[in-house]
Design a protein around this ligand. Sequence first.
Ligand SMILES: [Zn+2]
Ligand SMILES: [Zn+2]
Length: 184
Amino acid sequence: MSKQFLVDLKDLAHEKISFEASFEPGVVDFASENVQQVGPLKWTAAAERAGNEIRIAGSLNTNVELPCSRCLEASRIAISKPFDLFFRERDKAMFDEDEEIELNEKETRTAFFTGTQVVITDILREQILLALPMKALCRVDCKGLCSHCGMNLNSGSCNCPNDDFSPHMDTLLEIKRRLEERGS
Ligand SMILES: [Zn+2]
Ligand SMILES: [Zn+2]
């Protein structure tokens, strides 16, 4: 698939390596049905050795679709994100230590990898997922779904009882009923 988009520690001994590509949907697997890439994912990255670490800096541009958190219709989000990441080869000894290792600020933003390679698609997936909003809306004033019949209220209104009022009313009636029960 994209074997050439690996950063290998061995290749970075003396030189910086630059990458640039455009991925069609499917190259980066988001492992979620809810996240769909729409159109190309354009990215550039440069990898260099920084001491014991690999530094990979670049940027990405793409569009993804997420279900609107109110009406569940697809809502499209443009993502444009720079990144500057440090990777350190996973060191066994580090994890065998009993005493706690204090992490300084730089270390907390260092990811670890096993072997000698860092896979670019993994970076892209993570960066895109990080850029997603907690709640996606198809539009700011999305009316959502009717809580009775499930109709999408953006495309019309249904004949259900007034939605703003009834759930509230039910709760009040329920409280009143319980109070009456207790009183009797
Ligand atoms: Zn919506
Ligand atoms: Zn309804």
